[in-house]
Ligand binder design. Structure first.
Ligand SMILES: CC(C)(COP(=O)(O)OP(=O)(O)OC[C@H]1O[C@@H](n2cnc3c(N)ncnc32)[C@H](O)[C@@H]1OP(=O)(O)O)[C@@H](O)C(=O)NCCC(=O)NCCS
Ligand SMILES: [Zn+2]
Length: 211
């Protein structure tokens, strides 16, 4: 049975928006037409969700965030308070030929408080973006990115803590988490090199072969 949806009386929800069971929507939220919000989400105070934005299940959106047209948010994403999305890389106040540029947040990723995500990027599965970061490039799965511009600092577990390299064979790297005991295995792709992390080795784009 679907859980009930809670909508605070001060929220303004378009009758053309879809909201899943068990989702809670708090004070002064505006949800525009054709937006789709999944099940069991929490949408904090003063959030704006633009037309046609798609949000998955179990997503937590903390206070004061505007999510513009062209943003896609998959399941289990958390957005820290006052983080910023954009949808125009070359803004002009007057007509200059603009189409919204999409931003994609993949399953399980986290965006720290007050971070800015420049449009056109994909934040990969379980990436953790540090507070105040400015993200200008696609991220790697399980990466931790921080700073302005955001740079790769570490790889992190599903639980959010830094992973330790346990096994490194050719392009396959096995990581382990000392906090929760999970293993994460990444396959690095030498066709998509990335800048080296501070003090670290050059790394290449990985794919995951485990959750
Ligand atoms: C990025 C983050 C995950 C790093 O956590 P951590 O691994 O425990 O990091 P540490 O505190 O050990 O710091 C390691 C180094 O990174 C720096 N650092 C930490 N957070 C940073 C950030 N957000 N941006 C830039 N640098 C950061 C520290 O200053 C430190 O540098 P130093 O060694 O030169 O002193 C964490 O600081 C963060 O920003 N988390 C997001 C919190 C948030 O916004 N939550 C929102 C929901 S409430
Ligand atoms: Zn862990």
């Amino acid at each position: 049975m679907n859980k009930e949806t809670f909508i605070h009386p001060s929220a303004e929800i378009s009758p053309m928006a879809e909201i899943g069971g068990g989702t809670k929507i708090w004070h002064n939220v505006q949800v525009r037409e054709h937006a789709v919000i999944g099940h069991e989400c929490v949408i904090g105070k003063d959030v704006y969700i633009d037309t046609g934005v798609k949000i998955g299940n179990g997503v937590k959106i903390q206070n004061g965030i505007s999510i513009y047209k062209g943003t896609l948010i998959e399941d289990l994403v958390i957005l820290g308070p006052n983080c910023v999305f954009t949808n125009d890389p070359y803004p002009r106040a007057f007509p200059a030929g603009w189409e919204p540029v999409p931003t994609i947040l993949k399953k399980g990723c986290s965006v720290g408080a007050n971070a800015t995500i420049v449009c056109g990027v994909t934040i990969a599965e379980y990436t953790l973006i540090g507070a105040g970061a400015v993200v200008t490039r696609n991220t790697l799965p399980f990466s931790m990115m921080a700073g302005n511009p955001a740079r790769l600092r570490a790889f992190v577990c599903v639980c959010g803590r830094e992973l330790r390299v346990a096994d490194n064979k050719d392009l396959h790297v096995g990581f382990e988490c000392d906090r929760c005991g999970r293993s994460v295995s990444l396959i690095f792709d030498i066709r998509s090199p990335l800048p080296a992390p501070p003090g670290g080795k050059h790394v290449d784009a990985p794919q995951t072969d485990s959750e």
